[in-house]
Design a protein around this ligand. Structure first.
Ligand code: COA
Length: 162
């Protein structure tokens, strides 16, 4: 039984994340999409809002779960018998950070392997922060996030612009 985790901020979930999640789910029994609560970033969406976004995207796939966690990813993996950490790599710029993260996670939990999936070329420049920025100026982000999330993004910016 392979339990994998795909951790991140998902603020918001993007088509690039969906691609990684679908591909990772094809080679594990359970995939936990996990929102790290202790991010130093100032999120646009609350953890609960992001959890609902992920759950709504994968309602039909009982092998994909959405959870949030506090503290170290390595500890969360140990507590949940997770054997694989999935991370997406979009290009050279992700590599240094991802290799340091994998090193630290390997140090803290040697029994857990990190697996990198290369983003598909069309998704290699997609990022949540650029989507937030474009949306804040009413830019068209409709092909970059799942359709059900678009009204939630629009609502955030219409509220914050009042
Ligand atoms: N498609 C689209 N975007 C992608 C992507 C993909 N395939 N892969 C990464 N990204 C983007 C995200 O949208 C995000 O964009 P942004 O910075 O513009 O908002 C960026 O890449 C990185 O985000 P994310 O993958 O969410 O990583 P993170 O740096 O926010 O968080 C954790 C990484 C959660 C794995 C890490 O902080 C963690 O494990 N925290 C818990 C504490 C811990 O154990 N730390 C490590 C050991 S000390």
């Amino acid at each position: 039984m392979i339990v994998a985790i795909y951790p991140g901020s998902f603020d918001p979930l993007t088509v690039g994340h969906l691609d990684i999640i679908n591909r990772a789910a094809s080679f594990c029994d359970t995939l936990i999409v996990a929102i790290a609560k202790n991010s130093s970033k100032m999120p646009l969406f609350t953890v609960d809002e992001r959890l609902v976004m992920i759950k709504d995207s994968f309602r039909d796939n009982g092998r994909i779960e959405a959870l949030a966690f506090d503290g170290l990813l390595a500890d969360f993996c140990k507590g949940r018998s997770v054997s694989l950490i999935i991370r997406g790599i979009r290009g050279h710029s992700d590599f240094d950070y991802e290799s340091s993260l994998a090193f630290m996670n390997e140090h803290l939990a040697p029994e857990v392997q990190t697996v990198f999936l290369l983003a598909k070329p069309g998704y290699s420049n997609v990022s949540s922060s650029l989507i937030r920025e474009a949306a804040s100026y009413n830019g068209d982000i409709s092909s970059l996030v799942p359709a059900h999330i678009i009204p939630q993004i629009k609502k955030k910016f219409s509220v914050s612009n009042r």
